[in-house]
Design a protein around this ligand. Structure first.
Ligand code: SAM
Length: 274
């Protein structure tokens, strides 16, 4: 089967389906499984890392909902799994408004088929490398009030943005649209992880025509420019406000989670342009 007009191509490994495979989901094809197994040979810890990422996503959304955030803009949503943002938020704030954005047509089909919660869930096709287009999208503008705090989620997605695609400008464009009291939630695969993992996983992703830009701690920190990191700062996935219910065993230490994560808050000092 060739790539169809929607962009669906089962013969080329796809980041959403690879991640689904690592999480133990069912939405992947032989090409995805073959690439995933090659990555697992060099980084068997990636299954636990994917789970730790999803657990971080859930903890961050719940903590922000508990802090009074009712609006969430999830960029790079991925295939539905456990800890879907609207489900986690709804447990704390039933009328949460959640916008899911992804560029992958298959992700969009699955996201639209998710059972709605009590709040408002909107699914939008968009490419986070064009943040202005997302912010101007009529469905996004209808769903979210940017005059009030919004949590922007960039969870396990910025490492698919290369340096030449100017990740700082992407985050800055999002930041400029946000009201004080808004948040940035980010996790990011890091080059501070085990060297063999970094070298070989980057190579495997590249061979599959998937850009993977693992960044060091300082560079990831720069992507939080303009936000104040809340406690405990930029840490390995299992270290962000760990909870007994989602503890994952990393015999090699927290750095085996392969990614750093943090939550930044936009202070009142930064005014939203009128
Ligand atoms: C590894 S999954 C992460 C899913 C979810 N955020 C999580 O952490 O559980 C990455 C997702 O980002 C999406 N993605 C990658 N680059 C993107 C881009 N430029 N714009 C929008 N979505 C993108 C992929 O299609 C995929 O669904």
């Amino acid at each position: 089967m060739e790539r169809d007009s929607s962009g669906f191509d089962p013969h080329t490994p796809n980041v959403a389906r690879l991640y689904d495979y690592f999480l133990g989901g069912k939405d992947h094809f032989p090409a995805d499984r073959e690439a995933a197994e090659r990555i697992l040979r060099v980084a068997p810890e990636i299954r636990a890392a994917a789970r730790a990422n999803r657990a971080f996503l859930g903890r961050a959304v719940r903590r922000l909902a508990e802090a009074g955030v009712t609006q969430f803009l999830d960029l790079g949503t991925g295939l539905p799994a456990w800890n879907n943002v609207h489900e986690v938020a709804a447990k704390v704030t039933p009328h949460a408004r959640v916008v899911y954005v992804d560029r992958d047509p298959v992700v969009l089909v699955h996201a639209r088929a998710m059972p709605p919660g009590p709040g408002t869930t909107t699914v939008v096709e968009g490419d986070l490398r064009k943040p202005e287009a997302i912010l101007r999208d009529p469905d996004v503008m209808r769903a979210l009030d940017f005059g009030r705090p919004v949590a922007v989620l960039l969870v396990a997605v910025m490492h698919y943005v290369t340096e030449s695609e100017r990740p700082d400008e992407i985050v800055a464009a999002l930041r400029e649209a946000l009201a004080p009291g808004s948040y940035l939630v980010m996790s990011h695969g890091t080059s501070d992880a085990r060297a063999a993992f970094v070298r070989q996983s980057t190579h495997i992703y590249q061979r599959a025509s998937l850009p993977l830009t693992l960044r060091g701690r300082d560079r990831i920190m720069e992507l939080f420019e303009g936000f104040e990191l809340v406690d405990p700062g930029l840490v390995w996935l299992p270290e962000w406000r760990p909870e007994q219910a989602d503890l994952i065993d990393f015999p090699g230490g927290p750095e085996s989670s392969l990614a750093l994560c943090g939550v930044g808050r936009l202070g009142a000092g930064r005014r939203r342009p009128t």
